[in-house]
Ligand binder design. Structure first.
Ligand code: NAD
Ligand code: MG
Length: 405
């Protein structure tokens, strides 16, 4: 039935912004159901969309994470004969199924176990779930490679670097560009009273809520800074962040011979996703064209670390090693949720993250240099332990600050 070259594709987080863009791209390039078949779809709680996707793409298995929605999901799937499952362990089992290409696009620490499972399949791992990489470091990449797979970065900045990294041994700097988010140019004073609605309005990109808030605080650039260090095995001292509000240049590599290579494109995640889908070739599709003449001026400036301390904290977390990137990530995730729930103010996100980093009592964790070939899930298990410990600690910090829930 399927041709020999048919690729089995799994999408973890298919109902999210990246998942939907991936399926849309498959539709647009006309390859869905022909050169590609969908092996697995995993979604969190949007049962209507997950059921619609399952009925359309007829994957070998569709998994819903949220067990409370199971009856509704089963009713939507009806007697279509599709294999479906639900719950966290079913998500991990499905993520660990053999496939040729897996999109890891579950948001946050919830993606860690499934991404780790996918890393053990030998598939190409299109990695959007940056939090998993931040928490597991090089061990995640080594796991993928030990199983014969390959990590391809989906994050637009890292995808840009990956595209222009032609001589890794002669790199002097990686330059991550940052749009600056909705509050670019504002002072700390100006940021005191910003609202959830204002923070959710990203000027250039349409993304899930968590990463949109991370873009407003620059925590996203901080996570990307750590992500770049692990992905490209670079010390933090050789990674710069450059504010570029137009989001045309997605990042750059500066070489020792004085050349800087950049990747340019429209701010549309289908561009980096298509690169991952086609790799090592490019896909021929009607990508949104970049009209530089219409764009006019491109501008650049240094980030303001006083107004946006999350970038400084991420740098410190990477330097500290020993599990500190996991502390940064966990504390940030709790604080972003608290901000979205209107329990803390915008500036308090960084304040609580900094307190958590200062107070964290970390068990002895091998630094990224020692986290070599992880065959027994040790790195992943320890990251989850740190994550829950930090969630408890931040809860305590909130209580001490006498927050009204
Ligand atoms: P999103 O919130 O739109 O989607 C998240 C997906 O994860 C959804 O399908 C949701 O159902 C699923 N999910 C949530 N909790 C789950 C759980 N416990 N178990 C299983 N599935 C669960 O997020 P997004 O914007 O698509 O981002 C996904 C990841 O990609 C994040 O790590 C983000 O940092 C990264 N990323 C996103 C963009 C972007 O443009 N959206 C760009 C770069 C990187
Ligand atoms: Mg990015």
């Amino acid at each position: 039935m399927n041709s020999v070259s048919t690729r089995r594709i799994s999408i973890l987080g298919s109902t999210g912004s990246i998942g939907v863009s991936t399926l849309r791209l498959l539709d647009e390039t006309g390859v869905a159901g022909k050169d590609y078949v969908i092996e697995t779809l995993v979604g969190g709680r949007n049962v209507a969309l997950l059921a619609e996707q399952a009925l359309k793409y007829r994957p070998a298995i569709t998994v819903l994470a949220d067990e409370t929605q199971w009856p509704a999901f089963r009713a939507l799937i009806g007697d279509s004969g599709l294999e479906i499952a639900c719950g966290a362990s079913a998500v991990c089992e499905a993520a660990g199924r053999k496939a040729d290409w897996i999109m890891a696009a579950i948001v946050g620490i919830a993606g860690l176990k499934p991404t780790w499972a996918a890393a053990g399949t030998g598939a190409i791992l299109a990695l959007a779930n940056k939090e998993a990489l931040v928490c597991c470091g090089r061990a995640l990449i080594e796991r993928v490679e030990a199983h014969g797979g390959k990590v391809l970065p989906v994050d637009s900045e890292h995808n840009a670097i990956f595209q222009v990294l032609d001589d890794p041994g002669r790199v002097s700097k990686l330059v991550l560009t940052a749009s600056g988010g909705p509050f670019l140019g504002r002072s700390r004073e100006d940021l005191k009273a910003v609202t959830v609605e204002q923070a959710l309005k990203h000027p250039n990109w349409s993304m899930g809520a968590k990463i949109t808030i991370d873009s407003a605080t620059l925590a996203n650039k901080g996570l990307e800074f750590i992500e770049a260090a692990y992905l490209f095995d670079m010390p933090g001292s050789q990674i710069d962040v450059l504010v570029h509000p137009q989001s045309v240049i997605h990042s750059m590599v500066e070489y020792k011979d004085g050349s800087s290579l950049a990747q340019l494109g429209s701010p549309d995640m289908r561009v980096p996703i298509s690169y991952c889908l086609g790799w090592p070739k490019r896909i021929d599709w009607q990508a949104p064209k970049l009209d530089l003449a219409a764009r006019g001026v491109l501008t650049f400036s240094a980030p303001d670390l006083t107004a946006f301390p999350m970038l400084r904290l991420a740098r410190e977390a990477l330097e500290a090693g020993e599990g500190m990137p996991t502390v940064f990530n966990a504390a940030n995730e709790v604080c972003v949720q608290a901000f979205l729930d209107r329990k803390i103010a915008f500036l308090q996100i960084a304040e609580f993250v900094e307190s958590a980093m200062m107070r964290a009592q970390l068990p002895s964790i091998p630094s990224k240099d020692h986290a070599s070939r992880d065959t027994n899930d040790e790195t992943m298990t320890r990251a989850l332990e740190i994550d829950s410990e930090i969630r408890r600690l931040v809860g305590e910090l909130f209580a001490n600050a006498r927050l009204s829930a």
